[in-house]
Design a protein around this ligand. Sequence first.
Ligand code: MN
Length: 744
Amino acid sequence: MDLAHERYEELERHILAASPGADVQRVRAAFEYANDHHGPQLRKSGEPYIIHPIAVAEIINELDLDQDSIVSALLHDCIEDTDSTHDEIARLFGPQVAELVEGVTKLTRMQYTSREDEQMENLRKMFMAMAKDVRVILIKLCDRLHNMRTLQYQSDKKQKEKALETMEVYAPIAHRLGMQKLKWELEDLSLEYLDPVGYHDVREELDHITTLHAGFVDNMQAHIEGRLSEEGVKCRVYGRLKHIYSIYRKMYSQGKTLNEIFDLYAFRVIVDDIPACYNVLGCIHDMFKPVLGRFKDYIGTPKPNGYQSLHTTVVGRDAIPFEVQIRTWDMHQTAEYGVAAHWKYKQGMANQRLGTERDFEWVRKLLESQQDTDPDEFVRTLRVDMFADEVFVFTPNGDVKSLPAGATPIDFAYAIHSAIGNSMTGARVNGRIVTFETPLKNGDIVEIITSKSARGPSRDWMKICKSNEARNKIRQWFKKERREENIATGRSMFESELKHAGLSLGAITANPELLDILLRRVRCGQLDELYAAIGYGGLSAQKAAARIKEEMTRLGRVERQRAEQEAMQSAVSAGETVYPSAPKDSILAPKRSSSGIIVSGLDNCMVKFSKCCTPVPGDPVVGFITKGYGVSIHRQDCPNADPARRRPEDEGRWVKVSWAQTPDAAYRTSLEISAKDRDGLALDVAMALSAVKVKVNNLSARSQPDGYAMIYLELAVKDQKELTGVINKLSQIPGVFLVKRAGG
Ligand code: MN
């Protein structure tokens, strides 16, 4: 038997060991197909090429992925390196496999040469967005892992390039998918080529120190196992040295010596359930002295990539510190294999595991939207759609630009520079001329053709482009370059909108006094300015006409009232009794307010108190004119009212407001109390509140795993003074260390 078949038989044995009784016919067919197609191709190592896809399939099998993934791993270089095609693979192995192989091929074709830091993140996102199916990323990661394991056969230059790319793109993606084991190996392999001297230094020092610590790992492991079995805890304990790159980073970037690194050694205790985790933690802290400030509860607060464990550092034999990670088997699978762990679990997935906090967060979200699909279906449809609203494209010299999904060459041109956009006459995507409407796809290389004699953007571009940036820049151009044209178009748009509203442009412009008032209302000095603003799109004709109409109506009303009053006065002087017929209009009404708030310039308008910071009388406040719900009142120190965070286009909607005198009113607000948890805490809070006679609408208490409690209160008070009294009272309760207003 030749080497290729020998390796394949080995793979098949491993597959059958992992899933006994599996039908491996398709896997064998894929091997034969790939073997035929790669034919006499050799790797740099001198081995037949097929050895590489088999090795990748081995790694995929170790991850316990589905058979489509294994088949695709065997075929993954066929489209790129042989005369095999997508259609042929689809015909022989099904459309799923063809899609996976095609996806891997696309990722292989991309160049991830090192760029500035800000671009690296875009590169990683593009990588993930392009893959669409998460299995494509997993196959590509395994492909890279095997290439890194056999990197010694490549040239120096290639080694450095691949190692850098692995460190900057592949390892962070493995991390994001929660695949620690893969990430560690990628990092250590990369480091060996990126900084061979540093790598070997660390290794030597580690060898030296572990000789000094002879038997430490075995010794501690036996010690921990012994104690836990006495306690009747069912568990497995593993001890190991941390991976080289993590130690290297601490030594070189944090300037520590090996002796200063607390977690050179890491032990894992894996147990059956969460209560056992905390139980083990207690035992460990009882056996060894814990290092202060090193305890972390990632079970209560998982890391963003789904990682969960309890971490603590303790001091062991000969004063050697070591880290202990305590977790359940579920958590362990997720920690080691990340998103891939979910294939291992696919049987159990459809039932009770759904929706528990232990689930990998974004996978869970995907699951929730697919509750009805069966587990296998889920695996097939699991898509990497984390960046669905972005598209990542290259400039001709390899920079990455992130644009909104659906962006066109116009968006791209203006993202580079407004001068490029304004002088654009055409665009090429991946070397082919395209129309301006063409939506860009992830990984496209986009080139803009410009000309000095270009006539500038067209108005239609504003409808075609997807980004506000492009739209604003085009608008700016029209504002500056086309004043005459803007005035003409603006005038006709305005006139037709006025007609719509039943007004005549001629009648308005004929009355200079009226015109003046109306122009001030739309914040323009002259009529031409108004037309120009409408013409370039800075002001909508509809809005301008609506404001004019409003102003006309108001003026009419003022006029009627004046007439009415005059009539009344003349009647009074004539000795008649007169009752005003209708309620007075707001313009004449005295300043009073039923809401307890006075909004400057807008009397008796609808007011609501924002839920984020729940202001009460006495708080410095500010108002925001909402679209359709009146004025919303925020505390001045509310983050949502922070002047630095206001959007420039909203500036005019922030208004001064002040508190009116309104006795007997009560205002809803909320408080957060942090306290050391104890029995009777909530009761004491309730008693304190009843002692100060304040009305409580809601009280909820939550215990935290670390021995603290959070109490959330909703109550109604007259003003800030009363609230301060309540806060003082609550602060005196034993165990309470912080009472603060919610939000703000
Ligand atoms: Mn490959």
